[in-house]
Design a protein around this ligand. Structure first.
Ligand code: 2HG
Ligand code: ZN
Length: 457
């Protein structure tokens, strides 16, 4: 892959020679996605350090007709931030400015390259909390989580990333710099650009800074792992807990295949003497100890075969590890296909019970792991043992999702992985509207032109 020589000289004039990387050994780490399934080639990685430099780089791109793939922590799982068509990688990781928390408002302005964990710690030091949390918190960046509208483990309590974003600063594909980060809670003055850019996957603008709403902290936590004979029973329990346990802050599902893989891979102790069909990790968070409330809600549930209650923060962390380590343990089996889907609450139980048989029927040599955020209707179907380009299972699962009234992407986005199935989630009129917005904000198609939307005909 190549770019015009003048392009590189012009980019170097904007960011300096140290931040226009072309050495393949250095560029390589930006070319492969977290799963290892999506591998591209980039002629260069450009690392601007400010909004003005981002604008400068994009001006050079427009002038030379060179497309970029914006990239944050590169923890995405749908091939949306790697250069699959020889694009230049625009890394936003140097935009690490983190302003002081506005303690009165409960808000903070963070540069796109600040990690989610750093926002969480800054909020905590100021007596607030950040409502988004996800397993990749140390590497995932604010800019990337906004661009993909990341979900995570607290959506049931605080909503997705979009629900936290009060304002954004971004460089659009037109070259315009839009910045509206005052953080007023009531500000009814026209189109809401944060909503548009959130989930736009780098196709409309490059987010350079974000004004985030914080939430009051809930320092007291109770964590328990519940065992069920069947996944559908765990889903029913998660739905019930949303109604009966007000401080519910997470309800995470996994099955025995996933538990066995994780405990073997990391050498961890199994939580119960026996094996069960499904597990639900339940967390309740409040200002004061929510253990009794959690215990009472669990007692009133049907179908619970066993319960392990965390007595100490260390035990709570150990139970969480069983869930959060799934992604890494599965990756060790080989690059998985990741199907992040949501189902209506009433359909999730049947879906999780049907999928393993569906996958076995289509790909007898494949292994299938189901885990996810049960109270959001969101399950991560991970399938290993398939070739990177063999999409038979993907298509069949997405068809089942669509037929069950669900969505083919819950919280990871469309990226390159699901682009060909966008029609299962969106009508022709919606896709045409997306294309019109893309045409208006990125007329020269320099911003991530090969993700999310179909290629223009
Ligand atoms: C999670 O819930 C992430 O841990 C990753 O969304 C899901 O690895 C996955 O499929
Ligand atoms: Zn998830």
């Amino acid at each position: 892959v190549a770019v015009p020589p003048a392009f590189l000289a012009d980019v170097v004039a904007v960011v300096g020679p140290a931040h226009a990387l072309v050495d393949h050994g250095v560029v390589a780490s930006y070319e492969t996605d977290w799963t290892g399934r999506f591998v591209g080639r980039a002629p260069a990685v450009v690392r601007p350090s400010s909004t003005a430099e981002v604008a400068g780089v994009l001006a050079v791109c427009r002038e030379h007709g060179v497309a970029v793939v914006p990239q944050g922590g590169n923890t995405g799982l749908v091939g949306g931030s790697v250069p699959l068509h020889g694009e230049v990688v625009l890394s936003l990781r140097r935009l690490t400015a983190l302003q002081a928390v506005d303690v009165d408002a409960g808000q903070v302005t963070a540069g796109a390259g600040v990690s989610v964990a750093d926002v969480q710690s800054a909020a905590a030091r100021a007596g607030w909390a950040y409502g988004v949390d996800l397993a990749s918190r140390e590497s995932a960046t604010v800019g990337g989580t906004v661009a993909t509208n990341a979900g995570g483990i607290r959506v049931l309590r605080y909503g997705d990333t979009r629900a936290q974003v009060l304002g954004v600063e971004a460089v659009l594909g037109t070259g315009a710099v839009v910045s509206h980060t005052g953080g007023l809670l009531k500000d009814n003055t026209g189109y809401h650009l944060p909503s548009l850019l959130c989930g736009s996957e780098g196709t409309l603008g490059v987010v350079t800074a974000v004004r985030l709403a914080l939430v009051p902290p809930d320092p007291a936590r109770a964590v328990a792992l519940l065992a069920f004979d069947r996944p559908a029973a765990a889903v029913t329990a998660a739905n019930e807990l949303r109604r009966t346990l007000r401080p519910l802050s997470a309800a995470e599902l996994f099955t025995d295949d996933g538990l066995s893989l994780v405990t073997r891979h990391f050498g961890l102790a199994r939580p119960f003497p026996g094996s069960y069909g499904a597990y639900l990790l339940v967390e309740s968070s409040a200002a004061s100890d929510p253990t009794d409330e959690l215990a009472a809600a669990v007692r009133s549930l049907g179908g619970v075969a066993d319960v392990a209650v965390a007595g100490t923060p260390g035990q709570a962390a150990a139970l969480w590890r069983l869930r959060e380590a799934h992604t890494e343990a599965i990756n060790a089996l080989g690059a998985p296909h990741k199907l992040d889907v949501t189902l209506p609450a009433a359909a999730l139980g049947e879906f999780v019970e049907r999928v393993p048989g569906l996958v076995r029927g289509l790909a007898p040599g494949a292994r299938c792991f189901l885990f996810g955020h049960a109270a959001d209707g969101n399950v991560h179907v991970n399938v290993t043992g398939l070739g990177p380009d063999d999409e038979t299972v993907d298509g069949a699962v997405f068809e089942l999702v669509a037929a069950s009234g669900g969505s083919i992407s819950a919280e990871h986005g469309i990226g390159a992985a699901k682009r060909r199935w966008l029609h299962l989630a969106r009508t022709d009129a919606e896709i045409a509207t997306f294309a019109a917005i893309k045409g208006a904000l990125d007329p020269d198609r320099v911003l991530n032109p090969h993700v999310l939307l179909p290629e223009p005909s």
